[in-house]
Design a protein around this ligand. Structure first.
Ligand SMILES: [Zn+2]
Length: 409
């Protein structure tokens, strides 16, 4: 009888162990790589965020929601007055967490706003995939990032995991030109390293490089005249602009630089020599010297072509953001690479041809990388998230934070 009981217990234990092994195999993780974050809680947070309408300039309600969530985890939560500088009603949400190990502080960031259209979002769940009915965007860019940060902080708290001092900034108006981050008082931060959760869908893709981006405007002033009675007296600004445009190279200039002429306006009527022409475009490069060289060349060519016919060209540039390249030896990169390796994933460090709030934080001396979110087809009505991927991204964030604390004490 006793033997039978022990045998039954043994069989039961074996059954439990093989069930556990099956679960772990399904998530692709070994026993040492068990997940700490909760997929169901992450999903719930994400769905709650998606249901709050928060296109750019309408981030007040989502900001208050996120601030409330943060207040359940820390006493130090504030909303700044970014709206005074950039309009609207909302501010950036800032939360601070004291570290429980001796370590450099770490910045976590995601943005609260989304692109349009957002009104009347209807969520459709298809297994692990969350999307909309196709009439609106989902807003996973960047509500997936917000949900991931909230889940990571909850996990650190409830499991009492070792973490550095953490400074969280949820920004407004990112989609309108990184305005919330630009309006943020960087003196409020002491972190020199940052994780911006606003990236690609694949959990293994880490962005370490973003280009500098400037826009330009050229105003060419010629001289008006009747187009057929006395065209000799006129200086055609459109023709002058066209000559300059034809002389310059556009498109992909080299493997790390692009250049585009995007808008041209000028003239009033077919029978009038056009005295004004405005040309607008942009330059981007991962190499600031190459960017400066492109700017110089554009200015020089427009100027020369204008002077050659007695016209004038006024060229102005405006920097939207400065590029950054975070070294693969940076503690923040080492921390994320270690986390991916622990999770059995092959790290893929790459650059993208766009900017994000990481560009603004980097410009203020914070070494940043951009972490993935599990969202795909962002900025379209086909946007969706795969909860399995988003869950891995949350796990990656928690492990990166823990690794950073241990690697950079
Ligand atoms: Zn984004």
């Amino acid at each position: 009888m006793r033997f039978k009981k022990r045998n039954a217990l043994y069989m039961f234990a074996l059954l439990v162990l093989s069930a556990c092994a099956l679960c772990l195999r399904l998530t692709g993780l070994s026993a040492q790589q068990q997940l700490m974050t909760s997929k169901s809680r992450l999903r719930e947070t994400f769905i709650s965020l998606v249901q709050i309408d928060s296109g750019s300039e309408n981030e007040e309600v989502i900001g208050e929601f996120v601030a409330r969530e943060m207040k359940t985890l820390t006493d130090e939560v504030t909303i700044d007055e970014a709206w005074r500088k950039i309009g609207g009603k909302a501010g950036n949400v800032i939360a601070r967490f004291h570290g429980n190990v001796q370590s450099q502080p770490l910045l976590l960031n995601a943005h609260l706003d989304t692109v349009m259209p957002t009104v009347g979002i209807k969520i459709v769940e298809d297994g692990e995939v969350i999307r909309t009915d196709g009439r609106t965007i989902l807003g996973a860019d960047d509500k997936a990032g917000v949900a991931i940060i909230i889940e990571a902080l909850r996990t650190l708290r409830e499991r009492n995991l070792k973490h550095p001092p953490i400074e969280v900034v949820f920004t407004v108006r990112e989609e309108k030109g990184l305005l919330g981050a630009k309006a943020f008082d960087m003196k409020r931060l002491s972190a020199k390293y940052g994780l911006v959760v606003d990236g690609m869908d694949e959990p293994s893709v880490i962005i370490t490089r973003m280009p500098s981006h400037e826009i330009f405007e050229v105003v060419i002033k010629g001289k008006t005249a009747h187009a057929s009675l006395e065209p000799e007296k006129g200086i055609n600004a459109i023709v002058t602009a066209s000559r300059a445009i034809a002389k310059l190279n556009w498109g992909r200039i080299d493997e790390e630089s692009t250049c585009n002429v995007g808008v041209i306006n000028g003239g009033r009527a077919t029978n009038v020599v056009a005295d004004t022409c405005t040309v607008k475009g942009e330059v981007r490069s991962h190499d600031i010297k190459k960017l400066e060289a492109m700017k110089e060349l554009i200015t020089k060519v427009f100027d020369e072509e204008a002077k050659a016919v007695g016209a004038s060209a006024k060229v102005t540039f405006e920097r939207l953001y400065r590029g950054f390249t975070t070294s693969h030896n940076s503690p923040i990169v080492l921390a994320v690479v270690k986390a991916l390796t622990e999770m059995g994933l092959q790290p893929r460090l790459k650059g993208v041809e766009a900017g994000s709030d990481a560009s603004v934080f980097s410009e203020h001396g914070i070494e940043c990388i951009v972490l993935p979110t599990g969202a795909a087809n962002i900025h379209t009505q086909n946007e969706f998230v795969d909860m399995r991927k988003m869950h891995m991204c949350a796990e990656l964030l928690v492990r990166t934070i823990i690794n950073f604390a241990t690697l950079h004490q």
